[in-house]
Each structure stands twice: as C-alpha cells, then as structure tokens.
Design a protein around this ligand. Structure first.
Ligand code: M6R
Length: 608
C-alpha cells in the first residue's frame, strides 16, 4: 500500500515529508518522491528504491519550500521505476495518489485524443491531466479537483498542488484512507497516522466521498459535491508502534481485518457483471491460456493451498484437467509437460526460490507460465509469460492471510474467465457466480464479527497438545491452511487431513488433548462428514465445527460451533478460512508467541 504525506506551514517541507514517509516504511514500497512549492515552481524529486536514495538525491539536488507533498509507491499499474514514482505532474498540477483507478485506460484514451502526453505507465497520471484540463477551462484548483474526481472510478485518496496557488493543498478520499493532522500555524495530510504523529495528535479523518482544502491557518471539509462537512477533531493517544499497526495489537490481526478491502481491490475492474463475464486484461491475446489442455499449479506453503483450491475452480468451473505440485518437488522431478499445458504459479512475494526455479523447469519443457503475484515486477512476475496481480497490499506479518484470500479471489476469476472463453459457462450461468463474488467482502466482514467468540474458544483450547483439522473436497486445502497457520504462529503441532482419510490413521491421535477442527459446509457430503465426527466424538475428541449450516445433530456432538454465512460452494473456502486465521491468531496470543515474527520463519524464502 502506498504512503501519502502533505505539509503546509513554516518549516522545511522536504525534511518533514521524508520524515513522515519514513514512519510509513513498514507498509512496504518500491519507489518514493517529494514535491514542494519553491519560488513559483514545483520541483519534483523521485527515485526508485529506498528512502535513503531519495535523501541522497535531496542532498545532491535540494528543494526548498514550506509546502509540499510526498509519496512512497507500492506498484500496482506499471513497474517500479523513477518514471512511475509519484508525484506526477501535468503542466502546473502535481498529484500523489493511493489506490486504483479502474477506468484509467478509458480516461487515458480520452485525454490522448485531447493531445495529452503521458510520461508514466501509471493510472495516477490521468488524474493530474484531468485536473489540469479543468484548470485550463477556468476552474480553480479546488473546483478542478472536484470535476476530475467525478470522472474517476475505483478507489483513491489523492493530494493535489497547483503552481499558481502555493497556499493550498487539496485532498480527496474514496475508499482508501486520508487523515488530516491539525497543528499551530501548520497542517498535515497523511494516508496513516504514524506519518504525522511526531507533530500532532489532533486529527480529522476524511470519510469516503469527502475533500479537504488544507491551508496554513485552517482546514475546510466538503463532500465531493461541495456540501460543507463539519467534524470535530479527534485526539489520538496511540504510540508510534500501535499507530503503525492501525491500533491493532499485531500486523497479523490488522491484515486479517484488511481482507474485505483487499478482496474488493483484487476484483476491482475485473467484473463485467451486466455481461455475465469477467475481464482479465493480463490474458488478453493469450490464446494459449484459453486453449489450455491442462493446468498445472505450482507454489509453496500457503500459496500451494490456494493452488489446491484453484485446481477445483478450473476443474469444476472451466472443466480443464488440473494438478498441483510444490515448487520444490516440481523443479527436481523432471516433470512430463504435454503440449498445451499451462503452468500457473502462485506467490505472494514473487521471490520464492523454489517457485522461481519451477518456472524455469516449466519453460524449458515448453510450457507457458501464468504468475499470480502480489508484488509487482517481482522476479516471478518478470519470468512468467503473463501475470495476474492480487491487490492485497503489502503483507508484513510472516504468516500469510490476506494474500491467501486474494489469491483465491484471482483463482476464482481465472476459473470463470476460462469457462466463459471456452464456452463452458454462458452469461446466464455466470451471472450468479459473479454476484456471489460481489457479496464476498460483506460475507468476510460477517465472519470477522465472530472474533470475540473465537477468542473465547482459543483460550479454552489453547493448552492442547495438538490439533487435527479435517475438511473434504474443496475445503480440504482450507483444513491444511488452518493447520499451517496454527503451527506457524502458536508452535502447536497441527495436521490437516481429508476428513474421509481420518479412519486410515490419524484417528489414533484423538484424545481430549487433541481437539479436532472440522470444516462442515452443507454440501453433498455433509452427512458423511457428520459420521466422521461421530467417530471423533465417540473417542473422546473435542470437536470445533465451522459450518454454514448448524443442525441439531451437529449441536449434539460438537463442543463448539462457529457459523459462517452461506455462499456458493466455490467461495465457501474463503469464508471458512477466516475462523481458521482468527483461531490460530488468538491461540498464539494466548500462548504468548511472537505472532508477527514467528521463530525460524522468513517472510520471503529466497533460498532453497
Ligand atoms: O511468497 P510466497 O507466497 O511464494 O511464499 C510461499 C510460502 O513461503 C508462504 O506462503 C509461507 O508458507 C507462509 N509463511 C505461510 O503463512
């Protein structure tokens, strides 16, 4: 997620901007930049990489001024580079932006016809041109910003400067956060509180659809339509570390709670609801993808679990044969790749050594490769023939949460995309599948509302010796993921099993000391899963059932029941995942482990 800072006052702006950006470093970024008002102009300094590079640049080529904006970029549209770094300029207008503009290609084409030239690959640059167009037609910077944002679709928070109005910064928010910091004779704008906490604790949070005109001596809030908004400032008491975590105790919990938004960001611009279709621009012209005879998924860890669910999507929705392998196995087993095989690799970081090596092994054998990645321009993204990005934002906690559910979102989109292109599913049949996806974020919110109940369950079972996780079919990988999450952060041994396999061995483990988490959707094998559970219960096992359909029979045998909303069977894995994450999290907290940095684990495994 990108970082935003703005300053207007009497101190040296570039120092305050860089300081503020440093407080946002934890969010991850690949490039950075600042701009200030200086003697009737707005010089911009930008660079690729770390803030140290920007500081070096500013030492070699300083910019003065008491008003300015700064940005750290996490690439979404366009690779990380100096040209794509913010701020972006169009004539006298300079803009920074967080979020995704869905209709930027359309706007870019329109602006191109007006003779506008673009110098970056970003969606942001269209905003600066739209504002400049409005200024040239006689609007002031506030009205011009209002006119420009009326044309934007997607999520954005922006801050705008205009060369002829050095006493004004304009901020606007839709879906991504903006906070205004109030000082004495100076004011601040930021995407997150840590950026301004060194200077003030009096803040105003913008709501979606609101703008702020920020001057040295005051701040005016309005709606996008220009209606005045009156809001009392709040005083934040957070220390800097709590502020980085958005008030959550751990990054992991913050990231669990970010999932509804991360899923929205990931499907943004990819749903053609009225046409009963999805669009994956990244696969435009890739006939080899739509004509695939087999899809082989390759990944590691949590991403491998996502692939296991992805296999169901491409088989069940698109009817393409599919298999899944670990990166570390695939690369060394001399795989037979038949003509027409497409290899889909999935990776949050895009740097996992085994997955990267698997791409080479696949390509050497003539396969085309699609990467599903969270980090733009990562090594895996660069080596693949096509990349579909998840838009989860930076994942800081070592245990993967929002990356996983956004991977599932992309895999579902891929299944639908292939099914529609191959004529396996028509628009009418696709429409409800797409509607279910649209409802997914609110269903995830509903799962998150079970948090307090799950916390209580965690305390009750947190001393267990081990855990067994059971699931069937498309939910079996979620049992594996639940077990992995628990192992990683609580250090309790946990095993995920296909429920039907339990009687072939793991049943021997069952005692009161080994609780059994059962994923139990109301599907064709509900009855069979209940029978499996009766076997557990009759051996003294304590059952924690996670289901969309509690029943009297279930209540008789389960010690705990966690209910999730009902949705189509392909999307239920996403909902069942949320209680798995929360249970692991609260057990880890109960046991006092280092939740965000569990022992022996690295966020990105770049070695074999
Ligand atoms: O960055 P990647 O998705 O390629 O990483 C793969 C695994 O290393 C990763 O998912 C790991 O299993 C996580 N710690 C899971 O929480």
């Amino acid at each position: 997620m990108c970082g935003i800072i703005g300053y207007i006052g009497d101190r040296d702006a570039s120092t305050i901007l860089v300081q503020g950006l440093k407080r946002l470093e934890y969010r991850g970024y690949d490039s950075a930049g600042v701009a200030t008002f200086t003697e009737g102009t707005i010089p911009v300094r930008r660079c690729l990489g770390k803030l140290e590079n920007l500081e070096r640049l500013l030492r070699d080529d300083p910019i003065e001024g008491k008003v300015g904006i700064g940005h750290t970029r996490w690439a979404t549209h366009g690779r990380p580079s100096e040209e794509n770094a913010h701020p972006h300029r169009a004539g006298k207008v300079v803009v920074i932006h967080n979020g995704i503009i869905e209709n930027y290609l359309e706007l870019r084409a329109h602006l191109g016809k007006l003779g506008r030239k673009f110098t970056s690959e970003t969606d942001t640059e269209v905003i600066s041109h739209l504002i400049e167009e409005a200024v040239l037609s006689g609007r002031d910077i506030v009205a011009a910003t209002r006119e420009a944002i009326a044309q934007l679709e997607g999520s954005f928070s922006i801050v705008v400067m205009h060369q002829d109005d050095p006493e004004t910064l304009v901020a606007a928010k839709s879906a991504t956060p903006i906070v205004i910091g109030l000082g004495e004779g100076e004011n601040f704008i930021a995407s997150d509180i840590p950026a301004i906490l060194d200077h003030t604790r009096r803040v105003l949070f913008l709501e979606d659809g609101e703008m702020a005109v920020v001057r040295r001596d005051g701040v005016t809030l309005t709606t996008f339509a220009g209606e005045p908004v009156s809001r009392e400032p709040r005083v934040v008491s957070w220390d800097p570390v709590t502020a980085q975590k958005g008030g959550y105790r751990h990054f992991l919990l913050k990231e669990i709670h970010e999932q509804p938004q991360a899923i929205i960001d990931t499907m943004r611009g990819r749903l053609l609801q009225e046409e009963g279709d999805v669009s994956l621009d990244e696969l435009a012209g890739c006939e080899w993808a739509t004509n695939a005879k087999r899809i082989t998924f390759v990944a590691c860890g949590t991403a491998w679990h996502a692939c296991q669910v992805g296999k169901y999507f491409v088989e069940q929705i698109a009817r393409i044969p599919s298999d899944v392998d670990y990166g570390s196995e695939f690369r060394y087993r001399d795989p037979v790749i038949e003509d027409g095989t497409v290899v889909v690799v999935v990776s949050q970081s895009g740097e996992t050594a085994d997955t990267l090596a698997a791409i080479e092994a696949a390509r050497e054998r003539g396969a085309k490769v699609i990467a599903i990645c969270n980090v733009v321009d990562s090594s895996i993204a660069r080596r693949a023939d096509a990349v579909i990005y998840t838009h989860a934002g930076p994942e800081i906690s070592v245990a993967s949460t929002k990356a996983f559910t956004t991977q599932l979102t992309v895999l579902y989109l891929l299944g639908l995309f292939l099914a529609r292109r191959r004529g396996v599913v028509d628009a009418e049949a696709a429409a409800p599948l797409i509607a279910d996806l649209v409802n997914l974020p609110s269903h995830v919110e509903e799962c998150l509302r079970r948090e307090r109940a799950i916390e209580k369950i965690a305390k009750k079972y947190g001393d267990a010796r081990g855990f067994l996780y059971l699931g069937r079919g498309i939910n079996y990988p979620i049992a594996l993921e639940g077990a992995l999450k628990l192992k990683e952060i609580s250090y309790i041994h946990a095993e995920g099993y296909a429920a039907g396999e339990m009687k072939h061995g793991p049943i021997a483990l069952i005692t009161e000391q080994v609780p059994v988490v059962v994923l139990l959707p109301k599907d064709a094998v509900y009855g069979k899963s209940l029978s499996n559970m009766k076997e557990v219960e009759s051996r003294g096992g304590r059952i924690i059932a996670v289901t969309d359909s509690p029943s009297a029979e279930l209540e008789d045998i389960a010690w705990e029941i966690i209910q999730v909303p009902t949705t189509n069977p392909c999307l239920l894995p996403v909902l069942l995942t949320i209680p798995m994450q929360l249970l692991a999290y609260y057990i880890a907290v109960y046991r006092g482990t280092d939740v965000d940095q569990p022992r022996n684990l690295a966020k990105s495994v770049t070695v074999e």
